[in-house]
Design a protein around this ligand. Structure first.
Ligand code: GUN
Ligand code: ZN
Length: 425
């Protein structure tokens, strides 16, 4: 199956943006065969079918590197900071995932929400319950999305029904790894919630899982909030800082993604960079939970790899475009903020996520040979976005309009490996 798509094309094969106003994307058996000017691609491929999508925009599928599936229904909680919000808002809902029917329904809605916002790849916090986490993997499998996820493991500091002993957590995770890791587009991520809720024995289990199975990813939270940091310092008196807790158990590595890192030291940044550990920057959540403004410039200067996460349900929804816009806006306000360009935003929303997840060989841009994971954006008729785009003449102007105004209503098509994401989960 070979097909040539014709539309305006944007992607970031390097950090800088590459765009084709009258662009072509040649797709062969679900892979990118070429990306360039339509007329040139047409000249060398005169006989193949063309899908004329002029009037809209082709972007790589968006990548969310931090999102919680059991928190769909707590979106929009206001007025609390992290630890209170967890106790009174998020964790009561997470406890409801012990009901498998409820968890299956949530998983289906969650996967649908990712797709409808243009997210084709996500690193997802599963549930504390094995059956609910399996429900998420099955819903993901049914949809065709690329999902990296894992059962959340904790043995203290939460509600008792969310705790598992290290031995039970090890058994549950091992079973899930055998059932789902490496199946189709699914991967398993070892997922201790955060250092506050993990004993040393539990962190050791995480280390063992990573050692025993090839290709697992790792995710957790770090340095989000001052009270959380004080609690970590109290619980791990031997640790020089928060990052040192994860270091001690060799959980810091390429393919490890730690969310937030708002309150961090220069030493931690240096060690994050040296170990190839990535940070999921979640600016909507940082603002909603009053966590603070992310020191992006310090991360970049130290060479720490950063991508974007929506942090549903601490954040404000599933849109990675909106998340990028929030990153832009908060950097405008930060005393030492960076002036992010539309090209930076596109990189953060796509290829940076693929790099964080070690999926760069497969997705994140339109380099020849990668999977044809793309979204097609088109302004709804009569919308402000349509009006702005009528006057937008440069690639930067078009992209900045899309980041500012394109919500899920502007996402007309979502494909993974050239196939429409399915709603039969
Ligand atoms: N730290 C530990 N758990 C969570 C969570 O669910 N959300 C956020 N934002 N931070 C956390
Ligand atoms: Zn989170």
């Amino acid at each position: 199956m070979i097909e040539l798509l014709r539309a305006t094309v944007f992607h970031t094969p390097e950090r800088a943006i590459e765009s084709f106003a009258d662009g072509g994307l040649l797709i062969c058996d679900g892979r990118i065969a070429a990306c360039g000017d339509y007329t040139e691609l047409r000249a060398t491929n005169p006989d193949i079918a063309v899908r004329d999508l002029r009037g809209g925009y082709l972007l790589p599928g968006l990548i969310d590197t931090h999102v919680h599936f059991p928190q769909l229904r707590v979106l929009g909680g206001m007025g609390r900071q992290l630890l209170d919000w967890l106790e009174f808002v998020a964790l009561p809902e997470e406890a409801r995932m012990s009901d498998v029917t409820y968890a299956c329904d949530t998983a289906r809605r969650f996967v649908r929400a990712l797709a409808s916002h243009g997210t084709t790849t996500a690193l997802v916090f599963g549930s504390h319950f094995k059956a609910a986490t399996a429900a998420l993997f099955r819903a993901a499998q049914g949809s065709g999305l690329r999902i990296v996820s894992g059962q959340v493991v904790a043995d203290r500091a939460l509600r008792p029904e969310l705790h598992r002993s290290p031995a039970d957590a090890f058994r549950d995770c091992t079973e899930l790894i055998h059932e789902f890791h490496g199946r189709g587009r699914l991967l398993f991520a070892v997922t201790p919630r955060f250092a506050v809720s993990a004993s040393e024995a539990m962190l050791e289990v995480c280390q063992t899982l990573l050692n025993e199975h090839e290709g697992l990813r790792f995710q957790t939270h770090i340095n989000e909030n001052e009270l959380e940091r004080a609690e970590v310092a109290r619980l791990f008196p031997w640790a020089q800082d928060y990052f040192a807790v994860y270091e001690r158990f060799h959980l810091t590595r390429p393919g490890a993604v730690m969310a937030h890192n708002v309150h961090t030291s220069d030493s931690e940044l240096e060690r994050l960079a040296a170990t190839g550990t990535s940070i999921a920057h979640c600016p909507c959540s940082n603002a909603m939970l009053g966590s603070g403004i992310f020191p992006l410039r310090r991360h970049i200067d130290a060479g720490v790899h950063c991508a974007l996460g929506t942090d549903v349900g601490g954040g404000t929804g599933f849109g990675i475009l909106k998340e990028a816009l929030q990153a832009y806006a908060l950097q405008r306000l930060a005393p030492d903020g960076m002036l992010l360009t539309p090209g930076h935003l596109l990189y953060l929303a796509t290829r940076a996520g693929a790099q964080a997840l070690q999926l760069e060989h497969e997705t994140g841009d339109f380099t020849v040979g990668k999977s044809a994971d793309y979204i097609y954006l088109r302004a709804p008729e009569g919308s402000p976005l349509e009006a702005v785009l009528e006057r937008a003449e440069s690639p930067d102007r078009i992209l900045s309009a899309l980041f500012t105004l394109a919500g899920s209503e502007s996402i007309a098509d979502v494909r993974v490996a050239g196939e429409a994401v399915r709603d039969d989960a």
